[in-house]
Write a protein that binds this ligand. Structure first.
Ligand SMILES: Nc1ncnc2c1ncn2[C@@H]1O[C@H](COP(=O)(O)OP(=O)(O)OP(=O)(O)O)[C@@H](O)[C@H]1O
Ligand SMILES: [Mg+2]
Length: 1079
């Protein structure tokens, strides 16, 4: 054996070992215990093998195979096969045979023959010259596609007919599956003795066959061979739809067997053996072509809007929805949706918009096999959606990836076997789009869904959303964009921007009754009346004069009309007000409130203590026993989550909250009270008002909903206007806030090479919302001037270079490019206002970085934009300085915070020495972060600095995000090479800021610190422990864990494990792939 051979065999061995290992990993993933049903969704080696076989068979059947045709046994017919295309002798024989046979094919009497004739003619014109002739293959594909198109149209009609039937046939699952429902929904169903639990699967099964039968019936005019192939495909479809347990595709071999068996059964046409063979070969060719086409175009996977029927079970099981609303069906079957046009749909709050989006997403993932991006406004909402849809992903074989907070990889991992649903916040979605454009993978994004589309008009976040959508629109014409909102006004602008159709309806499943309270009178909102409201009733209350002073708005009277039997949300203008109102209410509520769900409330207090490492907020300690709590950004994420869950479960009956609870949340509220028509000092906007009152009367949770806006006599006119005027228009934010948006956008456009010349930039900008609105609303200067003006500071800061003025036509085409600093700035998403400062700070850091601890590094990643939110308490600053060791104190001097300065400030003396005030304030935040990092106890540090826990948590997560930005910044600048490893480590540590053993558990969406600690202590030490956990055991062994939460944790962990394992497999396969251009 020569050396090369030895190498080769060694390679082979290695390859074999790796394949074996891959299979083992896959097997371990596959062997995860199913949560409820058997899953067929895990990685499957046979699946890969099947694809390879299919590929091998792609062009034709082998000579070996042809030789074996003489065998009687069907088993033997399907041994090895190779390329048939090379055998010209055989083809000549076919041609000859066909010519001879042309006479019998012309007979109109024999139906079978006629069909055969058609197929032969088809063969004659297209197939016989297939060998090595790609053009011909292409032509065949086109022909098949046209036939398929007609089939698909019919199938669509059939599906549509069927879907309208399924409107009421989303059949009920087992009663115990209802465990997956939110408690509030369950309670609701119990209360109204819902008929959902009737078992109708038999009925469904019959119905499920309907569209497929329709397709087959409709195909009578298609040539028999093709007909058989399509029937075969349909048989597969049927087995997939009606029997989810056996939904794996038939192997190619089996399909061929079936085809042969079918052909053998049908009356034998009087044709030669070679003709028969040719027909089989043709049918196989067609089959392969059909499959190829199907892999890239719409496939009808099943009876539920093209999706498998198990999706209906899952919708019922996890959402409790058994039938679609009429509008949901209409929207899903809109012509524009079927043609994959962009779409905006607007319906009132609680109209059920989410379900339509989720069905469209699943169609994209499962039928069109492309990835989907779901953009949601807040981290908590993204996490909730990831938890919700993980179970769908596990059952339906797609991946769900979280892009929120510190989670998400850029660019996303390339998956070749499964499709991914990327659920992202607005900022993360923008970074995702950038990374996909940069790696030329933007085409992989088949669908982008934007919830709360009106956010386009909301400050800097709106600008970021506009940038992301504009980039998608400009760089990828095949990505469908769908936006939804309850509060849209200038839809035409948005339609023009997104090149979208519009669908709207006034449907709200539970009518919302809106009221306004002035003094002791309650008025009903009535847009027909002159004042916009009409008198409804007097508030029934008996207040002493002292009470009248304490509660002039009669909040106690208003809330006690609904609580504790029903739930109530009370929106307050400020955070402090939320706490005060909740305390005040408890003071005057009847003591009988204490005995309602007493045990559950005690458990809740214990849970809150557990979260706070034994400490609990004194306000909550006092209000929870009455069933009340406050809810605002001053709470930690853990606390907020526990409070929301307790409220959903009916343990708490009232939340006093700020407007942060107004968007997209699905909490039960029989009554929503707006304590005042102000948010902080600003009068409410119509959109805000609509979002807040829209929390009342959520479908499936409540049966009624009403809102009461409390106002004073002097604001009566403003309130009348508020409740009657149209929604505010949604305007582009690209040029708001010193044109930050447009500058960021231009820098990234040039950096990504999307538009590098002035004319290209103008072309791009014309497609943005700003460009669309410029024509209508901004007349004073041209869009070109705005662009020039925004490019100027980029030039001045040396972020871009090149020529930019329009002195001649040529200069319009002059290339602009980013400098290294510009590249680093846009890659790190660094605010342009701070990129110079960051650069300087990092350079200064290199001169004498203190690395004995993390303090100095933490200073470098303390977010600049949070400095204005905090004023140092000099005494605390001084005291904390003296509690640090000498090396730590050293960092103060290194960054420019002298001890003498702190001493003077703390003792109230005047400071003469010039210091940098910004650095000193920023370093105060670094001190907070450093102690958090060291002690890992939010409560203890909050007390030390007298800061709200929520603020500190926000500071920590902003620092983690900024640390990751600084890392990307450093990656682009050679001089900062030393920082890269340091910031990689720091980012990870700041992202979680918990004991290292909890990090793997906290990677699971929505598992926060307290829960991770509980799980760890109960023996669930890593991701795979959670993925393999039994939900029942979790419920038993973990305190305060509901069945629904346990299911969600297990599903999310399984999904994450799957996703990680898949990523590793992809990496292995990528590494082992033979280069196509190997010399
Ligand atoms: N067809 C349906 N049948 C019964 N309930 C439904 C149906 N569709 C949606 N729902 C329920 O209606 C509630 C509100 O739905 P969803 O959250 O989608 O509203 P929305 O239109 O997004 O409202 P918002 O604008 O406030 O976010 C949810 O509890 C959802 O499960
Ligand atoms: Mg919604």
């Amino acid at each position: 054996m020569d050396l090369d051979q030895a190498d080769e065999s060694e390679d082979d061995n290695q390859w074999a070992c790796i394949r074996k290992r891959v299979r083992e990993i896959k097997a371990s993933v596959e062997s995860l215990p199913p949560s409820k049903k058997t899953h067929d969704n895990h990685l499957s080696v046979p699946e890969i093998t099947l694809k390879k076989e299919e590929m091998q068979s792609a062009a034709s059947v082998t000579q070996d195979y042809m030789d074996q045709v003489d065998c009687d046994s069907q088993e033997d017919l399907f041994g090895d096969y190779d390329s048939f295309g090379d055998d010209s002798w055989l083809l000549a024989q076919f041609e000859d045979a066909e010519r001879k046979h042309s006479v019998c094919t012309s007979s109109p009497k024999n139906k079978e023959r006629q069909a055969t004739s058609f197929s032969l003619t088809f063969q004659n014109s297209d197939t016989l010259h297939l060998q090595n002739d790609e053009n011909k293959i292409h032509k065949l594909t086109e022909d098949v596609e046209s036939i398929k198109d007609s089939c698909r149209t019919r199938s669509n009609i059939a599906t549509e007919q069927f879907c309208s039937k399924t409107l009421s046939v989303l059949h009920a699952a087992n009663i115990d599956e209802l465990d997956e429902l939110p408690c509030s929904q369950l309670a609701h169903m119990e209360e109204f003795n819902s008929p959902l639990v009737k078992h109708e699967s038999k009925e469904l099964e019959t119905e499920a066959n309907l569209p497929l039968n329709c397709i087959v019936d409709d195909l009578s005019s298609i040539p028999s061979v093709l007909n058989k192939r399509i029937e075969n495909l349909n048989v597969q479809n049927q087995s997939r739809t009606t029997n989810p347990g056996t939904c794996k595709q038939l192997s190619l071999k089996d399909q061929m067997k079936n085809a042969m068996a079918e052909n053998a059964k049908s009356p034998s046409p009087q044709i030669s053996r070679s003709k028969l063979l040719k027909e089989i070969i043709l049918s196989e060719e067609i089959n392969v072509a059909v499959k190829t086409i199907e892999a890239t175009s719409d496939i009808d996977m099943g009876p539920f809007y093209g999706l498998p029927s198990k999706v209906t079970d899952l919708i019922f099981q996890f959402k409790g929805i058994k039938e679609l609303y009429e509008w949901q069906h209409t929207c899903l079957t809109l012509k524009s949706v079927q043609e994959r046009k962009n779409l905006i749909y607007s319906l009132p709050t609680s109209g059920g918009k989410t379900l339509v989006a989720e069905i469209l997403i699943m169609q994209e993932l499962l039928c069109r096999k492309r990835d989907a991006l779901f953009i949601l406004p807040y981290v908590a909402i993204v996490q909730e959606k990831v938890r919700d849809l993980s179970a769908f992903g596990i059952e339906c074989n797609f991946l769900v990836e979280e892009y929120a907070g510190s989670k998400g990889r850029f660019p996303p991992i390339k998956r070749r076997k499964k499709n991914s649903l990327l659920i992202a916040t607005i900022e993360k979605a923008h970074s995702l789009v950038n990374s996909l454009i940069e790696t030329e993978r933007i085409n992989s994004l088949g669908l982008v869904v934007v919830d709360e589309l009106h956010m386009l008009g909301e400050g800097s976040r709106g600008a970021v959303l506009e940038m992301a959508l504009s980039k998608i629109l400009y760089t990828c014409k095949t990505t469908q964009i769908i936006g939804m909102s309850a509060t849209l006004s200038n839809v035409t602008d948005l339609q023009q921007f997104l090149k979208a159709e519009h669908y709207t309806s006034n449907f709200r499943p539970i009518q919302l009754k809106e009221y306004v309270k002035i003094r002791d009178s309650i008025y009903k909102v009535d847009n027909k009346s002159e004042d916009s409201f009409t008198f409804a009733r007097l508030l029934n209350y008996k207040y002493s004069s002292e009470m009248e002073k304490i509660d002039p708005d009669h909040l106690i009277a208003l809330v006690t009309e609904v609580i504790p039997k029903h739930s109530c949300l009370l929106f307050c203008p400020t955070k402090k007000n939320c706490e005060n109102v909740s305390k005040m209410l408890c003071k005057y509520l009847s003591k009988s409130f204490l005995s309602v769900k007493e045990k559950e409330k005690c458990a809740l207090i214990e849970e809150l203590k557990n979260i706070g490492n034994g400490m609990i907020c004194p306000v909550l300690r006092g209000t929870v026993p009455y069933g009340l709590a406050y809810h605002h950004s001053g709470l930690t994420n853990d606390e907020r989550k526990v409070i929301e869950q307790a409220y959903s479960a009916g343990i708490l009956c009232l939340l006093t909250c700020t407007s942060t609870l107004a968007a997209g949340v699905n909490l039960p509220a029989r009554r929503v009270i707006l304590r005042s028509p102000y948010v902080a000092r600003d009068f409410l906007k119509r959109n805000q008002y609509k979002q807040m009152v829209g929390r009342a009367g959520r479908a499936g949770i409540d049966t009624e909903g009403e809102s009461i806006l409390i106002t004073q006599e002097q604001d009566k006119k403003l309130v009348a206007d508020l409740i009657s005027r149209p929604m505010e228009c949604c305007y582009s934010n690209l040029i708001q806030g010193s044109e930050k948006g447009i500058k960021d956008l231009l820098l990234s456009l040039i950096g990504l090479k999307v538009a590098q010349t002035l004319d290209k930039i103008v072309e791009f900008m014309e497609g943005t919302l700003l460009g669309v609105q410029w024509q209508h609303h901004f007349k004073e200067k041209s869009l070109f001037e705005v662009i020039e003006q925004a490019l100027q500071p980029l030039m001045e800061k040396s972020l871009i270079k090149g020529r930019r003025s329009r002195s001649s036509e040529d200069e319009m085409c002059c290339q602009l490019e980013v400098t290294k600093l510009g590249l680093a700035t846009y890659k790190g998403s660094i605010d342009l206002a701070y990129c110079d400062t960051l650069n300087m700070d990092l350079k200064k850091g290199l001169e004498g970085l203190v690395l004995d601890n993390y303090f100095h590094l933490i200073y470098l990643v303390t977010p600049y934009d949070m400095v204005s939110q905090c004023t140092p308490d000099w005494m605390i600053y001084f005291t904390q300085f003296h509690q640090l060791d000498l090396i730590e104190q050293n960092v103060f001097a290194t960054v420019g915070v002298p001890e003498s300065f702190l001493t003077k400030k703390a003792s109230g003396q005047a400071v003469k020495k010039a210091v940098n005030g910004f650095v000193i304030r920023r370093f105060y935040l670094s001190l907070v972060l450093y102690l958090l990092f060291k002690e890992m106890n939010m409560w203890a540090v909050a007390q030390k600095f007298n800061l709200p826990r929520g603020f500190m948590q926000n500071l920590l997560s902003s620092a983690a995000a900024f640390s990751s930005s600084v890392l990307h910044f450093c990656e682009e600048l050679e001089e900062f090479w030393a920082y890269r490893a340091l910031f990689t480590d720091l980012t990870q540590k700041l992202s979680y800021c918990v004991k290292p053993e909890l990090i793997p558990l906290m990677e699971v969406s929505g598992v926060l610190e307290a829960r991770a600690r509980q799980l760890y202590n109960a023996g669930y030490k890593s991701l795979s422990y959670l993925a393999n956990a039994s939900p029942e055991t979790l419920v038993k062994s973990i305190e305060h864990m509901s069945r629904r939460q346990a299911n969600q944790i297990v599903s999310s962990a399984k999904m994450l494990l799957n996703e990680k394992a898949e990523a590793l497999l992809e990496e292995v396969e990528e590494l082992m792939r033979l280069p196509t251009d190997l010399p």
